[in-house]
Design a protein around this ligand. Sequence first.
Ligand code: NI
Length: 178
Amino acid sequence: MAVHEILKMGDARLLRIARPVTEFGTPELKTLIADMFDTMKAANGAGLAAPQIGVDLRVVIFGYDRNPRYPDAPPVPPTVLINPVIEVLDGGLVEGWEGCLSVPGLRGVVARHQRLRYQGLDADGQAIDRIAEGFHARVVQHECDHLDGVLYPMRVRDFSRFGYTSVLFPELDPNADD
Ligand code: NI
């Protein structure tokens, strides 16, 4: 297990369409996932996508006990989601603040689908099929965007609500990033 460097916006590897995983239960895949959790925890993130550590595969992880910016959001258990597919459900779009470990020190408001179903596979190839809403749904959309080369600033529409975390949210722990 190891903490990896997280690529920052501007690195062309963050802009690729990642490749599907075809082999499950392999030591290589398990090492990748363990390293991703180590890297996410070391950076105090709520989620991480494999492209953020330079790995061109459709693998995301996420999970958190409690998010101080969304105190009412129920915790999400540590989740590995491979080759994800998102189906948008009713509920419309909702705006919310996002950050990204690949865009350190900044936050912006992004509109995301309020409710969705996500499906995919875990490290052993077992099916995952969940309904999510609110912050959980936002994290899934943000992480899956990374698999298609999309960083959240590309979805910001109102740049008056995009700026430095330390200025926008001076009360936040400067180490608490997404
Ligand atoms: Ni991100």
